[in-house]
Design a protein. Structure first.
Length: 403
């Protein structure tokens, strides 16, 4: 693999997309769609211009940074005052909808792939549980969509990947150890530890970072050009400190962003500017690498059952648990379906597959898991990318007064 060739191709694609991005948006063609397709075209599957190993270190680092920045910026742009008034919906999505999604998805996976070990099917369900608001960007950024709905989708997307990751790591540990500790409930403490310490570290970094940033801005110590960079450096610092102190780095990045974005108006503005430019670049590069490395590797493993599961994962297995979790709220059925549909699979699932691939290597039987996850993400990129703006327009016309 020639890293310089990959970098050159990425630069050319950024130029190409940048020049015509607004025109493509008129046809509901998103950046992730373009970068994924061009990655696939450059891969050995098509023109074979270059190739990248799925477990290449720079691939993991880039996708990891992209996810940290997405979580941090999404959290920073959340309106906590609104969230305090409408916390019930995100709480229902995370504590009712998410467990039901895992249970339903595991059951269907066991039914469709009876020859696979149950632990593999649990892992498959977990890999496809996290959602990625970036793939439905028009939904969470369009001011015509009621704030309560946008906030709920954003909070769910920001927290579900951090909650699921410790469980994924636990299942991987059980698989690699031959299930010798399957009856050991220490994993519950491990999951709790990851969440609690992640929240604590993120909160502390967010608190101290916001204090220092506000003071520096007040005394005019910061050059304007650096005000976009400091919050992002805090996001990465929160991630790595949490990982060092037994916490989950992604949860830490989310909570750091949540605090900074709601206590420093200046920081919030600069985080938004960063997310719309440099942050977007990391996301698009991640999808290019997905098309270049992931898709060609798994296409030959796609079967009818793989296609069926991918379709069910994007529809029934996601939407039914969400709709059930929202029973009893004041939301009408259209709102429930709208929230349920916008659960795209993206960067978090890509990163988690990388983690699993690194831990289990070439373990027999994982080809099916990789194929299902890759196909589901690929379908989601197009299904949610094409439907985001039209559905947002349609929904907002019927729900102008929802708050």
């Amino acid at each position: 693999m020639d890293d310089h060739v990959v970098i050159l191709i990425i630069a050319l694609i950024v130029l190409f997309y940048g020049f015509i991005s607004k025109k493509l948006a008129q046809f509901d063609v998103s950046g992730p769609m373009v970068f994924t397709v061009l990655g696939l075209i450059c891969s050995p599957f098509a023109l074979h211009i270059t190739a990248v190993e799925i477990d290449a270190e720079f691939v993991t680092v880039l996708v990891e940074i992209a996810l940290v920045l997405v979580l941090f910026s999404d959290a920073a742009l959340l309106d906590l005052k609104l969230l305090r008034r409408s916390w019930q919906i995100p709480a229902r999505l995370l504590f009712i909808g998410l467990p039901l999604t895992i249970i339903f998805s595991t059951a269907v996976a066991i039914w469709l792939f009876p020859d696979q070990p149950v632990t593999y099917m649990i892992l498959l369900a977990l890999l496809l549980t996290p959602t990625d608001a970036a793939l439905g960007k028009a939904v969470v950024s369009d001011p015509k969509v009621p704030k309560m709905i946008r906030s709920s989708i954003n909070v769910e997307s920001g927290l579900n990947d951090g909650i699921v990751l410790p469980i994924i790591l636990t299942v991987v540990a059980l698989i690699t150890s031959g299930l010798t500790r399957a009856d050991d409930y220490s994993w519950v403490w491990y999951v709790a530890e990851q969440i609690v310490f992640g929240m604590l570290v993120g909160g502390i970094i967010g608190y101290l970072g916001a204090k220092l940033l506000n003071k520096a801005i007040q005394y005019n110590w910061i050059e304007e050009s650096y005000q976009n960079l400091i919050p992002i450096a805090l996001a990465i610092l929160a991630f790595y400190l949490a990982e060092a102190f037994l916490g989950n780095g992604f949860i830490a990045a989310f909570f750091a962003g949540l605090y900074i974005g709601n206590t420093s108006a200046q920081a919030r503005i600069h985080i938004e500017e960063f997310a719309e430019s440099e942050g977007e670049l990391f996301i698009l590069i991640s999808f290019f690498l997905f098309g270049l490395a992931f898709v060609p590797l798994t296409l030959h493993d796609i079967s009818l059952n793989v296609v069926i599961y991918a379709l069910l994962s994007l529809t029934v297995l996601r939407m039914l648990p969400v709709i059930i979790s929202l029973i009893g709220t004041k939301l009408d059925m259209a709102s429930c379906v709208f929230i349920a549909w916008f659960g795209p699979r993206g960067i978090a699932s890509i990163l988690y597959v990388l983690i699993v691939a690194h831990e289990v290597g070439d373990t027999v039987g994982f080809d099916t898991v990789y194929a299902v996850v890759t196909l589901t993400i690929l379908m989601s990129i197009f299904a949610h990318g094409l439907s985001a703006q039209p559905f947002a327009n349609l929904y907002s016309k019927q729900h102008k007064d929802l708050s």
